[in-house]
Design a protein around this ligand. Sequence first.
Ligand code: FPP
Length: 240
Amino acid sequence: MNFKNIPKHIAIIMDGNGRWAKKRNLHRIQGHVEGIKSLKAVVKAIIEYKIKYLTVYAFSSENWSRPPEEVDSLMSLLSEYIRIELPYLIKNEIRLNFIGNIDKIPENSKKSLLEAVNKTKNFERLRLTLALSYGSKEEILNAASKIAEDFKKNKIDIEEGAGISGELFSSYLYTAGMPEPDFLIRTSGEKRLSNFMLYQIAYTEIYFTGTLWPDFRRKNLNAALKNYEKRIRRFGKTEV
Ligand code: FPP
């Protein structure tokens, strides 16, 4: 597939797993299992298209309040995904990364995640970032608190009148060092941002599709990318 212009960083809110399962009289977990297949298909296409960054919302800080059975299953799926995919990530030079507060993630899942992050840290073909136990407001508050602490400890200097620069602030976010997303896709028909990358998506192009995440495969990604191709990004300026 050829695209005239392709985003460098795609972010995805993978929504609709539960509804996909319900429609088929299956358990919600089956929706997440099928959702992993979509994630694999999208990663495969994205490396072929030479897209450098993919960030997916796998588990929000609010998702901890789902029934314990679903939370446990999602955590097991996370370890299983990493165990099964690690050889593929290594073979394809994909760097696995996460954003979020992983303190609450069960020890065994956390361990396999950190091991995979470490084993893939030198790869540059694609950076695959899992947003896990992630909440954007929490990320922003955490950045502001750390800046205040570092200022108090004289680790950073903030010139009076000049304030905190965007560059400094970004370096305190979980996404430090990553470019901001060019394109955000949300599946399942919901038109919300659900506390996802609020600071980083200030000028991101957004695409909503009614397709449920487990049904979202390469052809759906192609349609989204075709739509992106037509967008004229002005970043608040006038068209040249
Ligand atoms: C939203 O669907 C999806 C999630 C909360 C989890 C996303 C997880 C996956 C795609 C699979 C797990 C991936 C990894 C890497 C662990 P929903 O459950 O909110 O669906 P609904 O709105 O239809 O109920």
